[in-house]
Ligand binder design. Sequence first.
Ligand code: DMJ
Length: 446
Amino acid sequence: MRLTLCPLLICLSLSTGDAQKVTPEDMAARVKMEFLHAWNGYKTYAWGHDGFKPVSKTYYDWYGTPFYLTAVEALDTMTLMGLTEEADSTREFIATHLSFDRDVYVNVFEFTIRIMGSLLTNYQLSRDERLLHLADDLGKRMLPAFVTGTGLPYLEVNLRTGAVRGEMSNPAAAGTLLVEFGSLTAMTGKGEYYNSAKLALLALYGARSEIGLVGDGINVTTGEWTKTDSHLDAGIDSYYEYVLKCGYLFDDSDCKQMWLTHFEAINKYLLDSSSTGYWYGHADMNTGKRTKSWFGALEAYFPACLALFGQVNKADRLLQSCFTMWCKYGIEPDEYNYITGKAEKPRYYLNPEIMESAYYLYETTFDPVYQNMGKVFLDSLVTYCRTDEGYTELDNVVTKAKMDRMEPYFMAETMKYLYLLFAPPEVLPFDKVIFNTEGHPIRRAW
Ligand code: DMJ
């Protein structure tokens, strides 16, 4: 007879008793091994390209011409894991092959968080000036995107010609740039980077509704809202994250004030609870009226923000809810309806946010309960997403049907946060860095 075990029960038992028998050292070693499994798959089948398709064992590039995204994203994770030889040769490859002199339109937000973020972190870790030079070159090529009249950047810029396109943007795309552009100013002395990204943040803040919320669609040339749903999810998420983080990273008093205003509104209009836990839902940005009782994998970044802001109880309660969302199917869905307890969008894209929040809460409290959660996350990934040669996204967390894609952020974030959750404190001083939204830690060295 075949026994079907309930994922919730497995999760709960693993997150309490059993997990404590495994030491953090064992866990850090396991994560490192799994990282190498994914990295070796990429190197064997997709080297020289952006991403790895681990089922068909081939590669993909975002724009026809490669920017080596997986290698770029994985570099600081390798350094932190002590994979020094691998990191040195990868850095050498990037420094000698990565070029932004390409006639392609790229997404300003994605190139900032993924490539510029990684280059800055890896410059700080290695002091290899070539990486800073590359970040500066990328920054210069993206500056034309900010010339809109409103300060909000276009979605895309042509790296060679400076031509721009994409008026329909959102707060996450327009407002997740200052950690990187501001750090680039601090490292190069060129003020235009900080000023451009800061003006975009100020423009978004200035467009907030009377009740202090933002919507999830904005036209960058008119500054008009095109969508008014408000939430902590994709399209808005990292705007709030950067308002909070830039207050700390640059001691920026505008950002501190902006965060306080938004935080009050978020708690007043989005905070919700149900029999399934404590959540943040969706509401109309103008009226505050509830629009959806959904919470998803991406929103699991918010406990980390709450912990960073010193609201540890709130952070813990929200993370516990995220954990029940994970345990419901043994892995989290992209969107979960916290009233019905059902997956509204059942995909899992190898997202890191829940691991990120467990790491922040562990670093804030040193309570092993968060490491026990981390063990559940790793076990689930190994059980459901591991392939012969790497890790893949799931088409459906209920059936566990696999897709054929390993997102580069799996190497930058998912594996890194899991590793740091178990690694000794000397690997990275948590209180001395601010992570960009792609998991690349920036040290305040100014
Ligand atoms: C990452 O690319 C970034 O963290 C982004 O801000 C949103 N989330 C994805 C991974 O889930």
